[in-house]
Design a protein around this ligand. Structure first.
Ligand SMILES: NC(=O)C1=CN([C@@H]2O[C@H](COP(=O)(O)OP(=O)(O)OC[C@H]3O[C@@H](n4cnc5c(N)ncnc54)[C@H](O)[C@@H]3O)[C@@H](O)[C@H]2O)C=CC1
Ligand SMILES: O=C1[C@@H](O)[C@H](O)[C@@H](O)[C@H](O)[C@H]1O
Length: 337
């Protein structure tokens, strides 16, 4: 059986997921696409999914009887309304991160899904599907470095556009770390602080970049994450986990070592699409298989909510300069492992 999917939002990652479903993965086809920019939706459909319908808005797409599952890749602020609408129709939905831009909206989704009584939502946190992070978690779980004490991490983008604001360093960028560390450590956050080092002259005038986020978990693990979204040289994701017995680091993606002119060099990627291409493939194939098996495996609405609560505290900490507490509601039984 081929799973019939509709996609809302045909920008950068929407287009890439449509290509992925139509050309790289198996068992699914894109039968409808839409975007507030309908011209863009038609262009993407004609390139990758020529037979797809182009309804005038996301709600109409979700209501189409042939659409069995929905992928939401519109701007973050629009996610909640589409995810809630998909749940109302009892349809499976893959929502790109963030699940919603406020913890309050994430909680509405959690409550709607819990009321429905079974999982319908998978959040597009792809790092738990990345081979490097999986290897790192496996090593930690085996006890190779003993109890984890600290994490030193960095999330660097080459540059960002004019619409990117300082708080997006948290809600759009750090949100990946907020999710992946919960998954890797099986732990939750209790507080956050944000420190601003000297501002890079390469950042747009309206934004403060870089920033350092300090997190503390329930177990007392301390995490520092550098967010630097105009680092100029490449897309660089680093993560070193320090335990009682040693340190384990996220591997770099494989790259040829070049020895030339008395120098040894390896290429650094510049684009998230390439850096995590395999993880996105595995993640979406798992969603397709999960819908068919009526059992989703990837990040839950609860994970989306937890990341968002932590993100809200970090944004507050950006403004207050203080250590801000992070407290979750109690977890509905639907999300118990
Ligand atoms: N998992 C990951 O690594 C990544 C996730 N993302 C997430 O994917 C989402 C989209 O990001 P990009 O593709 O980079 O942005 P983008 O700006 O390239 O594309 C977003 C598209 O959504 C459309 N759109 C906006 N509001 C809409 C609405 N109400 N209904 C229908 N379409 C609407 C826009 O016209 C645009 O074409 C964001 O939430 C972003 O955080 C983006 C990049 C990587
Ligand atoms: O999700 C992503 C973007 O939306 C975000 O803007 C980037 O900072 C991240 O590296 C990328 O993975």
């Amino acid at each position: 059986m081929t799973l019939k999917i509709g996609v809302i939002g045909t920008g950068a990652i929407g287009e890439d997921h449509i290509r992925r479903c139509m050309q790289a993965l198996s068992g699914a086809e894109i039968v409808a696409v839409t975007d507030v920019n309908l011209e863009r939706a038609r262009e993407v459909a004609s390139q990758y999914a020529p037979g797809a319908k182009v309804p005038e808005d996301g709600e109409s797409l979700i209501a189409l009887p042939e659409v069995e599952a929905v992928i939401v890749t519109s701007w973050g602020g629009t996610h909640a309304r589409y995810v809630l609408e998909a749940i109302r129709h009892g349809k499976y939905v893959f929502c790109e991160k963030p699940l919603a831009t406020t913890a309050e909206d994430c909680l509405k989704i959690v409550e709607a899904e819990a009321a429905h009584g079974k999982r319908l939502v998978q959040v597009g946190f792809m790092r738990p599907y990345d081979a490097g992070y999986r290897a790192l978690k496996a090593l930690i779980d085996k006890g190779e470095i003993g109890e984890v004490l600290m994490i030193h991490a960095a999330h660097r983008n080459q540059r960002v556009g004019a619409n990117y604001k300082t708080d997006m360093g948290i809600t759009d960028t750090l949100i990946h770390e907020l999710d992946v560390f919960r998954w890797m450590l099986g732990d939750d956050y209790v507080s956050a602080q944000v420190i601003f080092p000297r501002r890079s002259g390469k950042a747009m005038e309206h934004m403060r970049d870089p920033q350092i986020v300090l997190l503390e978990t329930k177990k007392g693990i301390r995490i520092d994450v550098e967010i630097f979204v105009n680092c100029q040289y490449g897309y660089d994701i680093k993560c070193a986990v320090v335990g009682e017995l040693g340190e384990a680091s996220l591997p770099m993606p494989p790259a040829v070592e070049l020895r030339k002119s008395a120098a040894l060099s390896t290429e650094i990627m510049t684009d998230w699409k390439e850096r995590f291409i395999a993880a996105y493939d595995v993640e979406l194939q798992d969603f397709i298989n999960g819908v068919k098996a009526r059992k989703l495996n990837g990040a839950t609405s609860w994970d989306g909510y937890c990341a968002s609560v932590a993100a809200d505290a970090c944004v507050k900490a950006q403004e207050s300069g203080r250590i801000e507490p992070i407290a979750m509601q109690s977890r509905p039984a639907l999300y118990n492992a």
